[in-house]
Design a protein around this ligand. Structure first.
Ligand SMILES: NC(=O)c1ccc[n+]([C@@H]2O[C@H](COP(=O)([O-])OP(=O)(O)OC[C@H]3O[C@@H](n4cnc5c(N)ncnc54)[C@H](OP(=O)(O)O)[C@@H]3O)[C@@H](O)[C@H]2O)c1
Length: 260
């Protein structure tokens, strides 16, 4: 077991990639604390995990709000006593519109859930990790941080910001025993966010969602989508001691789209 006796706080873990990470981490011995807005989804994931012998607790919270980030960290500590691993995964794509039409309030919301929450949650757990001299933070960014796609300025800016945040946090934390890295997934077509984005893109392009997906996947070296489980396996590696010398990096798990 790669995460025996570890406590992991995983945001956006009611479905999709976060759920896959929580399930895999729990299988590998971690007690997981789940957080997202939809209580019903969190309860279902916690039940799946405890049903297969794992340990999971959860709190529903809108992580775009500072008070909710504080609440989630306090709740995780109350249940499990500490936080060894933080995975900043919660997020939404936001509107699919050109910059001149992008509402400022929506831009702020997208930045808040991806970048601001990752900053806040890191701020809230680092001191405890420094005191112990160990810990891991993993930020789930995107190939949108590295490629150039139209109509998602808030999302791309937030995800690119997360890579800057990853490097600065890693620089400050590395000699205090804490490793900080990021994953840039490509299209994980099974998730709600991906399906909604595909449908919106297809509408904008005047093609079917199937055509849109096929065209996008054709641009990947492997020519196929990634699965949530493939992202979770990369997350497991980066959060385990197997990655003990990997610090401040962003690892593309994208089937071959970005090459830096
Ligand atoms: N799917 C892809 O192709 C892809 C590619 C690259 C990167 N990513 C990134 O992977 C992460 C997970 O996405 P996914 O594809 O798994 O999408 P998803 O299935 O829609 O899951 C998103 C998760 O984030 C939670 N969330 C959203 N807004 C939140 C908020 N304000 N506060 C708390 N939780 C919130 C959602 O729960 P609630 O709605 O209940 O709050 C849900 O649990 C995101 O950061 C996304 O940007 C995805």
């Amino acid at each position: 077991m790669l995460l025996k006796n570890q406590i992991a706080l995983i945001t956006g873990s009611g479905r999709g990639i976060g759920r896959a990470i929580a399930q895999l981490f729990a299988k590998q011995g971690a007690a997981v604390f789940l957080a997202a807005r939809t209580e019903k989804e969190l309860a279902a994931v916690a039940k799946e995990i405890s049903g297969s012998g794992g340990t999971a607790e959860y709190a529903d919270a809108d992580l775009a709000q500072e008070a909710a980030c504080v609440h989630v960290v306090a709740a995780a500590r109350e249940k499990f006593g500490r936080i060894d691993i933080l995975v900043n995964n919660a997020g939404q794509y936001g509107p699919l519109v050109p910059i001149e039409e992008y509402p400022l309030a929506e831009f702020d919301k997208v930045i808040a859930v991806h970048l601001r929450a990752a900053f806040l949650l890191s701020k809230l757990v680092l001191e405890e990790m420094y005191t112990r001299g160990s810990g891991v933070i993993l930020n789930i960014s995107s190939i949108s941080a590295k490629a150039a796609y139209s109509w998602g300025s808030g999302y791309a800016a937030a995800k690119a910001g997360m890579l800057g945040l990853t490097r600065v946090t890693a620089a400050e934390a590395a000699r205090k025993g804490v490793r900080v890295n990021a994953i840039c997934p490509g299209p994980v077509s099974e998730t709600r966010m991906s399906k909604e984005l595909g449908a919106d893109l297809a509408k904008r392009l005047g093609i079917s969602p199937e055509e849109q997906l096929a065209g996008f996947l054709n641009g990947l070296l492997q020519g196929r989508a990634q699965t949530a489980d493939e992202i979770a396996r990369a997350a497991l590696f980066l959060c385990s001691d197997q990655a003990s010398a990997i610090v401040g990096q962003s690892i593309n798990v994208d089937g071959g789209v970005a090459f830096y």
